[in-house]
Ligand binder design. Structure first.
Ligand SMILES: *Cc1c(COP(=O)(O)O)cnc(C)c1O
Length: 391
């Protein structure tokens, strides 16, 4: 092993098996390692770098902010937090936003906001219904609604009152509802779970159930939101609006930021001063990146681009599924897609690195494609060529 990689391994807690590469620079949709090798990137740092690398406008805005002010805490106003919140409000269709430092924290906050809503309304409701195959993060609350045996078992007991329904099975959701159900949380398109899309009828059915039973509907849009479906957020793609939603990953283009947002109806009966907080959340540095990212999305009409390029990716992946025996099916939409394989996906992603292609897995048998949203048809063609060799 390269001595620097060895040093890194010796210094870090051993929680990741890393690809043997040291990335040094990014440009557009390409990454460069310390040996000067070039890689086409269809992972975007796990669906984060939506604008690719080195976007000049974004870089200039963040650079300028680094010279002005990095941090103030939430005890004061700052010049970009309000702008970023307003932009996120507009893009998400929600009424109020709380900035966090990660996706996990956004889900934690959302779960707390749901409990507070029940507390304020004196309903006594405290249970959460989540989905099989879900991923919402690794902190104790977010992990409690994550259905993945290996992630959970060593950390049990997790928070009580969580039940798991079968994704896309409305009856299984109905069967779990009780007088104590506080909220239902789900990803409209499951990312880590293997790029599983919700059926429109499933989401519509859940919305109806929630309305009838007085249950809050929470969407985790951390991976599937922010343009990947060809709409700013996946709820707009489905036309099913949640009461609260979490966001992260691509909203800051790589600065560590997340957010959860809610409708005014929830906000008026939920978190109040003193209920929840974060030291860094909404700081001027990250909010400059969020505000500028959203501005660029709108100005460049990126969602329109995603619809077009996503359809092309879908077509090329469908061709691949038809011609390659090792590819069982294609899943997903827009720029959140996957292919399910007959063999371990990790073998293919490792081979792809040797071909100069960065792709990642979702569960053990799916390769997922969550590239920068600025890719072109030529990039899709280059990816397919490299992928074929890696299969
Ligand atoms: C990545 C992800 C999270 C966790 O976000 P972090 O920023 O890693 O804390 C939660 N939910 C979904 C759907 C994700 O993809």
């Amino acid at each position: 092993m390269n001595p620097y990689m060895q040093e890194t391994e010796n210094a870090l807690v051993h929680t990741y098996n890393r690809f043997p590469v040291i990335f040094e620079k990014g440009e557009g949709v390409y990454l460069y390692d310390t040996e000067g090798n070039k890689y086409l990137d269809f992972a975007a740092g796990i669906a984060v770098c939506g604008l690719g690398y080195g976007n000049p406008e974004l870089t200039a805005a963040v650079k300028e902010q680094t010279e002005l002010l990095w941090h103030t805490s939430n005890l004061f106003y700052n010049a970009s937090c309000g702008t970023a919140a307003e932009a996120l409000k507009k893009a998400s269709g929600m009424d109020r936003v709380f900035f966090t430092n990660s996706g996990t924290e956004a889900n934690e906050g959302m779960l707390k906001a749901a409990r507070k809503y029940a507390w304020k309304k004196k309903t006594g409701r405290y249970e959460f219904i989540a989905m099989e195959g879900s991923f919402h993060g690794r902190s104790m609350g977010a992990l409690s609604v994550t259905e993945h045996e290996a992630y959970r078992t060593p950390f049990e007991p997790l928070i009580p009152g969580v039940k798991f329904a079968k994704f896309n099975d409305l009856d299984s959701v109905k069967a779990l509802i009780s007088d104590n159900t506080c909220a239902i949380i789900l990803e409209p398109i499951q990312g880590e779970g293997g790029i599983n899309m919700a059926d429109p009828e499933f989401l519509k059915g859940i919305r109806k159930l929630c309305d009838e039973e007085g249950i809050l509907l929470l969407f985790d849009e951390i991976q599937c939101g922010m343009g990947r479906t060809g709409q700013m957020f996946a709820w707009q793609y489905y036309g099913v609006k949640p009461d609260m939603m979490s966001m992260a990953k691509a909203i800051g283009s790589g600065v560590p930021v997340g957010a959860f947002a809610m409708t005014e109806d929830v906000a008026k009966d939920s978190l109040e001063p003193g209920d929840h907080g974060t030291t860094y959340g909404g700081n001027p540095l990250v909010c400059t990146a969020v505000a500028k990212t959203l501005e660029i999305f709108e100005k460049e009409r990126l969602t329109e681009h995603v619809k077009e390029i996503g359809a092309y990716l879908e077509e090329r992946l469908d061709e691949l599924a038809a011609s390659e025996d090792t590819v069982l099916e294609r899943r997903g939409t827009g720029l959140i897609q996957g292919i399910r394989l007959t063999k371990p996906a990790g073998e293919v992603t490792a081979r792809a690195m040797e071909e100069g292609l960065v792709i990642i897995t979702a569960r053990s048998d799916v390769i997922r494609f969550v590239p920068p949203m600025v890719i072109t048809k030529e990039h899709v063609d280059e990816m397919i060529e490299k992928l074929k060799k890696s299969l």
